[in-house]
Write a protein that binds this ligand. Sequence first.
Ligand code: HPA
Length: 244
Amino acid sequence: MKAVITGSGFEAVGLGNMAAEHQPSSSLGNASDKILELEIGGNNFLWLRRHGADSAIAPHRINYRANIQALSELGATEIIAVNTVGGISGGCQSGCFVVADQIMDLSWGRDSSFFDGEYLPLQHIDFTHPFDQELRSNLLSCAGLLSMNAIDGGTYACTQGPRLETAAEIKALESLGADIVGMTVMPEAALARELDIAYASICPVINRAAGLSDRLLVEAEIRAQAGHMMGSVVELIRRLVETG
Ligand code: HPA
């Protein structure tokens, strides 16, 4: 079954018909929220809000392990993640969508593995290509059908947050090859890989990253841009679920 994890600014208006409501409980602590099972065109899928129902859980405080474990236990085999980002490389302007193909992880202090030698015995997974290629292709073809401005590939630098970056940090990330910057794709993507769940991310670019425009970053403006872009994301998810 498909699962969708959404982040900031996502309004689920018209996402699907309610089929069931799950209250996950886990030895790894609480998931961010209840998990809704929704239906579109006879296909059921799971939906979880990463930051909780009232969007109050900061990126570094999310219990990523409980979220991924709960989705896995409910039968998720594919996760479509929505991760809003700032744009770094020239092609990644506010208003476009990036279907990332690489990750640079700069987050720290997050519980980032099931294979930590406590919950499960130590194991080193392959993570050369962190996103599932087939799911990426499906996202890109649905985005194409909807005439969304979607970019195929890009390196996502995951920072700790919740503060935004300094101009020097963004310069450094740019020179390292990052195209976009966000706070939530890790450890989510790695945890999904550890449980054999295909994972791909659609990244709405909601601002130019720090120091790359002549303006300071204003949270209300960033949030408003996220809100503007979520209608297309809802359409994209609907199309993806409809196609089975
Ligand atoms: N930096 C980090 N995370 C983000 C940004 C940003 O500029 N925009 C949206 N999420």
